[in-house]
Design a protein around this ligand. Structure first.
Ligand code: GLA
Ligand code: ZN
Length: 680
């Protein structure tokens, strides 16, 4: 069930070099380099202050050069060297990318796309998510690794696979078709229930036998949206099944070592339901890369951090990978600006990371990723990047004590991957409405106000938040609706944006007027959607302008806050509020941005009693982490101007005391260990 609480996190402090320490590490691929370099690598890692490396992620073809013949000695040598150097290991099962012999012998392990084209080997991660052959082979390798290294003193964490679904998030082969039917047989009591859920009365799609059901392969029109939605669930579960098969063998062979796999909570990856995955992790870990063309890319970084913390149920998490500078997989790959690497790393910490990992140690000399930045660039140690790495290493040492402290937030933003899978399909009122855009815009607006938010699944207990935000939460099941209502009844304010609560978990419209699931709570009824054309704007009578969406809305128990000032909907409410039972329920029927959104958010948070920090300088991210060891104030200046912020304590980036006022340079960041009387 989505959103179940995970078992409590297992202790993973060995990765960080101690209970109170922050971890620092990277992917290490020694197999790409001559043996003679390995001792030098370890020396440099020590100099940089690394506490861990991730080893063996893409080593399968060297670990098992022929079927069933394992060659693990070279890896043992590396593990011994690392251990002697005091560096812990996050050891991969090595199963992320199969070796050429596997697809050569078993071409059926290669994934198939919607058009029926089988992928060729030659890249990475080319495996079908239902393949029994792949599963057996991967589990055998995981078992060999666990048996050989399970009691190695350097081993601190198991790293199963790598970024599941990065390239193989879906497969449409016949084996997957069979597994899908099996999955459906478990998900629905009978075929009639499936027919009803998928609305197969439409377009003559009624199934008379489960054997007739296929994956949503390319058809002449968009496929049945409920089928597409279930297929996304199935694929996420199939990949999770692979993870679990490997995890369970590790747990059996070495039960004391915690296990993780690195998620991709970053914005452009939404293919797995990480809420289901998170409860299976001993510690949640994720990767994050900035997208150069994205507006507000660092606000997206903060969102990803808050989402990861939500997945970890507030517990500390591992940033397994980010980059020191450029990546290699965009059309143009800009270098990070001076200071940006440090600022990004500090931002991940602010949002709850207790370890900072990078991809990768040495920039590769060959292969697809040779132009991806690393800790050690092609140009060596006499470089800006290496000096920045050393600076980060010394900051991480000063952050001793931060580990285990928590962020607490008064605002919850709801996040549901399946709602996105339902929404981001063709045949919607507007393809300009994308899942997550409004959630991220609202999160960014809160950030500009200096307010922290949790990004959580709607099934989580929401009572106690001062404000709950459902932003374009297109699909809501009954349990989500109950959870939202319970929170409101217990006193949380609620903000809902357009196109939320429209359908149930099968993508079936909730009838009687939109937004069916939340209509009564909000006291409104929408008769018809009036989406706006690209670039079209609509003026509101409070001076704001909306884009993307408008709708013909009737007030039931709510009052209008602003109305459309012109056009065919002139006089119709665009923003509404309903005050009842001690809570305010806001509805935003159009898309606001920039100052218009900031003004709207200011009004909502003031009403909710969410305290914006007195000195909040607009555009300065401000998060406090607190715990037994004290209280840490994180400040990140996203503007290009210097700003002044009140602070008392020791500022750990500069290693100076501050008493009163801290000046943050444009783009600068600070971590203040607050003096005890200031730690509220
Ligand atoms: C992912 C992978 C790494 C590497 C980086 C490059 O995070 O896990 O192996 O490919 O991307 O950005
Ligand atoms: Zn398949």
């Amino acid at each position: 069930m989505t959103g179940e609480p995970p078992a409590r996190q297992r202790d993973w402090s060995a990765l960080r070099g101690g209970r109170t320490r922050i971890g620092l590490g990277c992917d290490y691929n020694p197999e790409q380099w001559p043996r003679e370099l390995w001792p030098q690598d370890v020396d440099l890692m020590r100099q940089a202050g690394l506490t861990f490396v991730t080893l063996g992620v893409f080593s399968w073809s060297l670990l098992e050069p022929e079927p069933g013949r394992f060659d693990l000695d070279w890896l043992g040598e590396v593990m011994d060297l690392l251990h002697a150097g005091g560096i812990a290991v996050d050891l991969a099962t090595g199963t992320a990318s199969p070796p050429p012999w596997l697809s050569h012998r078993h071409p059926e392990t290669l994934p198939v796309d919607r058009d029926g084209r089988r992928a060729w080997p030659g890249g990475r991660q080319a495996w079908c998510l239902s393949s029994p052959v792949f599963r057996d082979r991967a589990v055998a390798l995981a078992e060999a690794m666990a048996t050989r290294f399970g009691d190695h003193p350097a081993l601190a964490l198991w790293h199963v696979g790598n970024e599941y679904g990065c390239h193989n998030a879906a497969c449409y082969c016949d084996t997957c078709a069979e597994s899908f039917r099996h999955w459906l047989a478990g998900a629905y009591p009978d075929l009639e229930a499936l027919n009803a859920a998928w609305g197969t009365a439409f377009w003559s799609q009624r199934y008379g036998d489960l054997a007739q059901v296929l994956p949503p392969r390319r058809a002449l029109t968009p496929s049945n949206p409920s089928q597409v939605l279930d297929y996304a669930r199935f694929c996420s579960d199939a990949l999770l099944g692979q993870f679990l098969a490997e995890r369970d063998v590790l747990r059996r062979v070495c039960p004391d070592v915690p296990v993780t796999t690195n998620f991709m909570t970053l914005n452009h990856f939404r293919d797995l339901d990480y809420h289901r995955w998170a409860s299976e992790q001993d510690v949640v870990s994720t990767d994050h890369y900035l997208v150069a063309t994205q507006v507000d890319a660092e606000a997206e970084l903060a969102f990803s951090g808050d989402l990861t913390r939500g997945l970890a149920r507030g517990e500390p998490w591992v940033l397994m990978e980010h980059s020191t500078s450029a990546v290699n997989w965009q059309p143009v790959n800009p270098a990070k600006q001076p200071g940006q690497m440090l600022r990004n790393a500090v931002s991940h910490l602010a949002h709850g990371a207790d370890a900072l990992g990078f991809f990768q140690w040495r920039a590769s000399q060959a292969g697809t990723e040779k132009y991806h930045s690393a800790l050690l660039p092609h140009a060596g140690t006499d470089t800006r990047i290496w000096r920045d790495v050393m600076r980060l290493g010394s900051l991480v040492e000063r952050l001793d004590g931060l580990a285990g402290t928590r962020v607490s937030a008064e605002v919850a933003i709801l996040w549901d991957y399946a709602a996105g899978w339902a929404l981001n399909q063709p045949s919607q009122p507007s393809e300009l409405v994308r899942y997550g855009d409004e959630a991220q815009a609202l999160h960014a607006a809160l950030l500009r106000h200096g307010i922290a938010a949790d990004v959580v699944h709607p099934h989580q207990d929401l009572t106690g938040y001062r404000l709950v935000i459902a932003a374009t939460l297109y699909a809501c099941d009954d349990r989500a609706v109950r959870g939202i209502s319970d929170a409101v009844r217990a006193g949380s304010d609620l903000l809902v944006t357009y196109y939320s609560g429209i359908v149930d978990e099968h993508d079936r419209v909730r009838l009687g007027g939109y937004p069916g699931a939340l209509r009564d709570l909000l006291g409104i009824r929408v008769e018809e959607f009036w989406p706006l054309l690209p670039g079209e704007r609509v003026l509101l009578d409070d001076g704001a302008t909306g884009g993307i969406w408008s709708e013909d809305l009737r007030l039931e128990q709510a009052a209008a806050v602003a109305r459309y000032a012109h056009g065919p909907l002139a006089g119709v409410p665009a923003t509404t509020r309903r005050d009842a039972d001690g809570a305010t329920r806001w509805y935003l029927a159009t898309s606001l941005r920039g100052e218009d959104l900031d003004r709207f958010v200011s009004m909502v948070i003031a009403q909710a009693g969410v305290e914006a920090p007195v000195d909040a300088a607009h555009g300065v991210e401000r998060v406090v982490r607190t715990g037994e060891s004290g209280s840490y104030l994180f400040l990140i200046n996203h503007t290009d101007r210097p700003v002044q912020v009140a602070a008392h304590g020791v500022e750990l980036v500069s290693a100076h005391r501050v008493d009163g006022t801290l000046t943050l340079a444009g783009g600068g960041c600070a971590v203040v260990r607050q003096s005890s009387n200031e730690s509220s």
